[in-house]
Ligand binder design. Structure first.
Ligand SMILES: *Cc1c(COP(=O)(O)O)cnc(C)c1O
Length: 392
């Protein structure tokens, strides 16, 4: 087997920080002020590696982050990420000490949550969630008196108030109307609070699609996730946009075994693939435990030597099989691109999502924790891993 610099990894994620920088510049071009960008790095930055991504963002001057959970927030602080870190989801009030200690900002998800946090008698910063029509988290316009009460709490220091749009990605008239209804609901609450001379703090309602499709809203923050990673949730959204995005993540593996099967032989669990003639097949060490959707069995494809080749048989937990009969000169050790560019061939995550009946967000955030995240152009192997392999 030819030695390559990837020898120490079975499969890996490659992160292109230049693409990240490009996307940030594009997104900021839609804002009045770069500081309005709140980087959503929940779920390990949608599978990209939250610490590496946030460190790069900090270097670029981004100082507002959002995560889903307390432990995600603490991970960032423990890795010296500076600036505001907003926890978008629920945190048990019993954890108030940690919220305080790590200087985090907690979302108040409803009135009972606010009461529980206040009863801890620990000073913490919070943003109030408003339910403007998604019916997930937050207080509603009908609860305006309760919202006002929260502003009078002694231990909750309210730094902001926000809501979330549920159809801002859809361009039908009904969805546009519903989004406008949500926006009106939200700003009605803001108006009511201001009428009482309350300092509402930072106001925000848009995520990626809210920014793209409702860019004239001019809030204090936009919470950008998926588009920062250079990806649209769905394939159809790739066209006709006012900004250009470059995907940050590639997913690669390598061929570890090549062999032939004869006519009428079957492959893998369930014997779902039967060959119509003698075929050359290759085994790739990546499977559904790494986040490859099992729906792509006998359906998806990968790129080898800049050519698309089909996945055949059922995808296993840790491996999959491809048909390389049509390409000459493929060797064990050759690189397989599952997401990303190889020569002229490209496989985008939107296509994989479409073929698996889901959105890019799910594909990316499911990429397994056992895949190393490598910075493109950076150090590819840790010394220890190379040594370990050489000793064998
Ligand atoms: C995940 C999330 C976001 C980011 O959404 P994208 O569509 O990825 O930009 C923003 N706000 C909230 C409340 C979220 O949960």
């Amino acid at each position: 087997m030819k030695q390559t610099m990837y020898d120490c990894y079975r499969s890996w994620i490659e992160i292109d920080l230049k693409a990240l920088q490009h996307n940030i510049i594009e997104l900021i071009s839609l804002l009045d002020d770069p500081q309005q960008l709140m980087a959503v790095v929940k779920a390990d930055a949608y599978g990209h590696g939250a610490v590496q991504i946030s460190q790069k963002l900090n270097q670029m001057g981004i100082s507002s982050f959002a995560v889903a959970t307390l432990s995600e927030a603490i991970e960032l602080r423990e890795n010296n990420i500076t600036g505001d870190i907003l926890i978008l989801g629920y945190t048990d009030a019993k954890q108030a000490k940690l919220i305080h200690q790590y200087q985090l900002i907690q979302t108040v998800v409803d009135y009972e949550h606010a009461l529980a946090l206040e009863q801890e008698q620990i000073d913490i910063q919070v943003h109030i969630a408003v339910d403007s029509g998604m019916h997930r988290l937050g207080l509603t316009l009908a609860q305006i008196q309760k919202i006002k009460t929260i502003y009078s709490f002694q231990y909750l220091h309210i730094q902001g108030i926000f809501s979330h749009l549920c159809v801002s990605d859809e361009k039908t008239l009904a969805s546009q109307k519903y989004t406008q209804y949500q926006i009106n609901n939200f700003f009605e609450i803001i108006k009511e609070l201001k009428r009482d001379k309350l300092d509402v703090g930072k106001v925000h309602i848009q995520s990626s699609y809210g920014l793209l499709n409702y860019s004239t809203l001019h809030c204090d923050f936009v919470r950008v996730g998926i588009m920062m990673y250079g990806v649209y949730s769905s394939k159809q959204d790739q066209n006709n946009n006012k900004i250009s995005l470059n995907p940050v993540l590639s997913l690669k593996s390598k061929i570890i075994h090549i062999h032939h099967i004869q006519k009428n032989e079957t492959i893998g669990y369930g014997r779902t693939y039967q060959s119509d003639k003698k075929r050359k097949i290759a085994i790739v060490p990546i499977g559904y435990a790494d986040g490859i959707p099992r729906d792509l069995s006998n359906y998806g494809y990968v790129i080898v030597h800049s050519q698309k080749v089909p996945i055949i048989g059922r995808i296993c937990m840790d491996q999959l099989t491809i048909d390389i009969s049509d390409i000459d000169g493929v060797n064990e050790g050759d690189i397989v691109t599952i997401i990303g560019q190889d020569g002229m061939a490209n496989q985008d995550v939107e296509t994989i999502a479409e073929m698996s009946h889901t959105i890019s967000n799910e594909i990316l955030s499911q990429l397994g924790s056992r895949l190393p995240r490598i910075i493109k152009g950076g150090q590819l192997c840790k010394e220890g891993i190379i040594n370990h392999i050489n000793q064998k």
